[in-house]
Design a protein around this ligand. Structure first.
Ligand code: SF4
Length: 227
């Protein structure tokens, strides 16, 4: 369990976070909690790409389809206030929370992780692995989708890995050696999910499952048509 500093909502030096968006309830589409209801917090900014379309092809993640630029600067109380499900939904304590980005560990600190862990049933941090994770409660998990970001090593100790195929296959051995669950997820080339490129990537993922013990990740939210 987390044994870090206690949450002090009255501190005059409250941390502030750049938040791109907060949305949900929706479905976590990936990883150990795939299929479970949750809210999403997307923090702004990433160290793998500056987010401009004209620089994407030369970035560490030329397949990235996430808009993580801009957003609002919020303190912790404001974030929690926005993380209220509609009255018709499950109570917040019955939901999970996905803390994503951009790269969320550029900003997330122990207070934010403690607050989210206390508010939700579970929390998934979706990170590229190049930043260490602050102290966290036992129900706050780290999902690492490793990226080769300007030679920066993967330093996080995740609860599971998500390897994009084929772009991140170079991390497969490191992930398997860790003994943690390894999800493999096919990326979708320009010809779309119905195209030959996706089919080839999916076939490679299935092969990694049946020959290496990986687990298939198919981004359930996209099949369900939810954000
Ligand atoms: S680390 Fe994630 S959010 Fe950042 S550019 Fe790569 S895929 Fe996009």
């Amino acid at each position: 369990m987390y044994r870090g500093s206690s949450l002090n909502m009255t501190s005059p030096e409250l941390a502030r976070y750049r938040v791109k968006e907060i949305f949900g309830p929706t479905i976590q589409g990936e990883g150990l909690h795939a299929g479970m209801p949750c809210l999403f917090v997307r923090l702004a900014g990433c160290n793998a790409w500056d987010g401009r379309p004209e620089t994407r092809a030369a970035s560490a993640c030329p397949y990235c389809d996430t808009d993580f630029r801009g957003g609002d600067t919020l303190d912790l109380a404001a974030i929690l206030a926005r993380l209220q499900p509609p009255a018709s939904s499950l109570q917040r304590s019955a939901l999970g929370c996905v803390l994503t980005g951009g790269e969320p560990l550029l900003q997330a600190d122990a207070d934010l992780l403690a607050a989210l862990g206390a508010a939700f049933s579970w929390v998934d941090i979706e990170t590229n692995g190049t930043r260490p994770c602050p102290p966290r409660p036992a129900n706050v998990f780290v999902s690492c989708s490793p990226k080769a970001v300007c030679g920066q090593p993967v330093v996080v100790d995740p609860d599971w890995w998500k390897i994009l195929v084929p772009e991140q296959q170079g991390f497969i051995e490191q992930a398997l050696t860790s003994g943690k669950p390894v999800f493999v997820q096919p990326t979708c080339p320009d010809d779309g999910p119905q195209g030959a490129g996706y089919a080839a990537n999916l076939a490679r993922c299935v092969e990694l499952c049946t020959t290496r013990g990986c687990r298939l990740s198919l981004q359930l939210h996209k099949y369900a048509g939810v954000p």
